[in-house]
Design a binder for this molecule. Structure first.
Ligand code: HEM
Length: 353
């Protein structure tokens, strides 16, 4: 029989079907409840990891809406589509936009289920509760940003500079959502709480790395918009485009297009260095693994970025670049999480490393 009182630092889960039994959530005990088959608590980590994978697919489908120019497929109506709930005899653009709204709506329902399950199977103060609520908040924000974009007509061929700004916010919120989902899945799987205070330089430099990657992603979203709206007549994307982007007549979205690759080189160099540094100051198998994964993804993403330019940003390459961007972000969040929850090597002075 499991101990009735949970030890400090581990978490409690309540099981349903009347058998109120307090169980220590750390993986050992979870297996115990699985054997006894009463594991509603087992569904929380499963749902969280599934929601993470599902939302990456929703993000990619969102890019299909942009790449196909289908953003106005439901007119400037939101949340209705062309003024109705279910569009009748829809065009291809309406099908693409409407299915994006349905799949985003489903990720909202998933987040509500995550909150309900987290509160049902975890005890007061469990971090999975916070993660699930944060996820739900970010998904609502995601929907609102998308709604504002449609209601303001910042879709399809709109070249309003505000569209670049909204697209950037949309991308930043998307990355924050993926980060929240990853942390929720880790906490639901019994991984340790992340304390931000007292993390010293490791905390500050890791946060700087995540902020840089977020800004890089936002700049990428503006570049993607530039490629959609301002492809030169011959369709080429390259040095010719850079010269064109810096002509006096070029719009702000065009001028910003070249910032992304430059920022990518800077950010990749910084994250590569951060990996080396965290390996030295927060040594551990997980830091070793996730710094290696991040380096691999950075190389792949940089190559994909240059290939994107060389190939004139075809739709499939844009989707691959976006998928790698999501995976690079998740790997960076995972490295920082592991480093900041790993025992630290304190310097002789005892200052936090
Ligand atoms: C760590 C490195 C990089 C990251 C994390 C990254 C991330 C992104 C993101 C998030 C987007 C927006 C995608 C969308 O909204 O659908 C994007 C677009 C773009 N990026 Fe990058 N990028 C990186 C490196 C590069 C490099 C090195 C280049 C070129 C030399 C590049 C060229 C482009 C282009 C042309 C677009 C617009 C076309 C598209 O959507 O694919 N990227 N990038």
């Amino acid at each position: 029989m499991l101990p009735s009182r949970a030890v400090a630092g581990s978490w409690q889960v309540r099981l349903h079907r009347g058998a109120k039994r307090k169980v220590n959530l750390l993986s050992g005990t979870l297996k115990a409840s699985a054997q006894t088959g009463a594991g509603l608590g087992l569904w929380l980590p499963r749902l969280a990891w599934a929601a993470l994978a599902y939302n990456v697919l929703v993000i990619l489908w969102g890019a299909v809406v942009r790449i196909t120019g289908a953003g106005a497929g439901c007119g400037d109506h939101w949340p209705l589509c062309n003024g109705v709930v279910v569009p009748q005899s829809p065009t291809l653009h309406t099908v693409i936009e409407f299915s994006h709204r349905l799949t985003s709506g489903a990720s909202g329902l998933l987040a509500i289920a995550l909150v309900a399950l987290a509160f049902a199977v975890t005890g007061k103060g469990h971090p999975a509760r916070f993660g699930a609520l944060l996820t739900l908040g970010l998904i609502i924000l995601e929907g609102l940003v998308g709604g504002v974009q449609v209601l303001l007509g910042l879709t399809a061929q709109s070249t309003d500079p505000a569209r670049g700004f909204v697209q950037g916010i949309h991308l930043a919120n998307t990355f924050a959502l993926l980060g929240a989902l990853l942390l929720t899945a880790l906490w639901a799987s019994g991984q340790p709480l992340l304390r931000l205070r007292g993390q010293g330089r490791a905390g500050a430099l890791s946060a700087a790395g995540l902020v840089l990657l977020l800004i890089l992603g936002m700049a990428g979203a503006v570049t993607a918009l530039g490629d959609l709206l301002f492809l030169p007549a011959d369709g080429s994307v390259g040095i010719g485009t850079v010269k064109h982007d810096y002509a006096a007549t070029a719009s702000i979205i065009e001028k910003l297009r070249v910032v992304h690759p430059m920022l990518a080189v800077l950010t990749s160099a910084y994250l590569a260095w951060l990996g080396v540094w965290l390996r030295r100051l927060r040594p551990g198998a997980e830091v070793l693994r996730w710094s290696g994964v991040l380096w691999g993804l950075l190389v792949a993403q940089m190559l994909a970025g240059f290939a994107n330019i060389a190939l004139h940003a075809p739709g499939w390459m844009q989707l691959l670049h976006l998928l790698l961007a999501c995976l690079t972000w998740l790997a960076a969040v995972m490295l920082v999480y592991r480093a900041l929850t790993t025992l630290r090597v304190s310097s002789v002075s005892g200052a936090a490393a």
